[in-house]
Design a protein around this ligand. Structure first.
Ligand code: PBG
Length: 317
């Protein structure tokens, strides 16, 4: 008779493991703040910091030394305006940070491409009254993508959920000669409460309204497949599902249906829930993040964007 527990004996358990996590799967998000001169702790994300332009290259170097292959950069500009013009300033914080990291490391540099950290109203697109202007935002995203590529970004990651953003960005990059810059689209991005701590981390809270008009309804599954299909047709090189843990059914379906390089973003709230419980002594942080990352990979993610990438790498597994 088959007796399943035989395979759970020490060492055999590891030998028959169906999912193997590796440092190569992980991407570490980094926040770079133009207004600070040394790293500053993010209260809502225990253990995470905002970097300054002075500290970011050293942080990147430390990640590279530990074996983390890639970083995802978010910028906090000194000044915000209606148009989010700091997003595409060739001398903006993100453009400078990319250049600094590229100068000192061989990391894969991915840039978050969105206006919400740069607009005074905090929305991901241009606005008129309380309306988000999808099509008017597209050329700005194109221009921003070009400025990131110019600075040396390997991959741009549009996260604003504007319709046709991938096509606009691909066209702009190609026109400017950046045919080899990849696009990782935040294709199925849900309007999630789990982005809460990120609002402090990136100071990207919105002044009015919410993001439900452009981000997906958590109740929907088929819609995610449409979002991914459209992004693939528009030229996305890689696709993403975000958040990760409450959306593993979506990760699995996207991987199976499109066979694209698929990323899952374990977002700030997913991080903070575990980190906060661990701080109370209610959960073991390391076991919790190892389990969560293994399960995200088991669901089909090829890459995982996680705030634990550095901690994982430190384990030397
Ligand atoms: C910007 C953006 C957000 C996140 C990544 N890019 C916030 C949002 O859409 O509200 C969330 C990341 C996280 O919570 O870790 N559009």
């Amino acid at each position: 008779m088959r007796r399943m527990r035989r395979l759970r004996a020490p060492r055999i358990r590891e030998m028959v493991a169906e999912t193997r996590l590796s440092c190569n799967d992980l991407v570490q998000p980094i926040f770079v703040d133009e207004r600070i001169s040394e790293p500053r702790a993010i209260e809502a994300m225990p253990g995470q910091f905002r970097e300054s332009l002075e500290s970011v290259a050293a942080q990147a170097q430390a990640l590279e030394d530990l074996g983390v292959p890639a970083v995802l950069l978010f910028g906090l500009p000194a000044l915000k305006d209606e148009m989010g013009s700091a997003a595409y300033d060739p001398h903006g914080i993100i453009q400078k940070a990319v250049a600094a990291i590229k100068e000192t490391t061989n990391l894969i540099v991915i840039t978050d491409l969105c206006l919400c950290e740069y607009t005074s109203h905090g929305h991901c697109g241009l606005v008129r009254g309380e309306k988000i202007l999808n099509d008017e935002t597209l050329p700005i995203l194109g221009e921003t993508a070009v400025s990131h590529a110019q600075a040396g970004a390997d991959i741009v990651a549009p996260s604003g959920m504007m319709d046709h953003m991938v096509q606009a960005i691909r066209t702009a990059l190609d026109l400017d000669g950046y045919k080899d810059t990849s696009i990782l689209s935040y294709s199925a991005k849900y309007a999630s409460t789990f982005y809460g701590p990120f609002r402090e981390a990136a100071e990207s809270g919105f002044a009015w309204g919410d993001r439900k008009g452009y981000q997906m309804n958590p109740a929907n599954f088929s819609e995610a497949l449409w979002e991914v299909q459209l992004d693939v047709e528009e030229g996305a090189d890689m696709v993403m599902v975000k958040p990760a843990m409450p959306y593993l059914d979506v990760v699995r379906a996207v991987k199976d249906m499109f066979a694209m390089p698929t990323a899952a973003y374990q977002v700030s709230g997913e991080y903070s829930m575990i980190a906060a419980a661990a701080k109370q002594g209610w959960l073991d942080e390391m076991s919790a993040f190892l389990e969560s990352l293994t399960c995200i990979k088991r669901a089909g993610a090829d890459m995982i964007i996680t705030y634990w990438a550095k901690e994982y790498a430190k384990l030397g597994l």
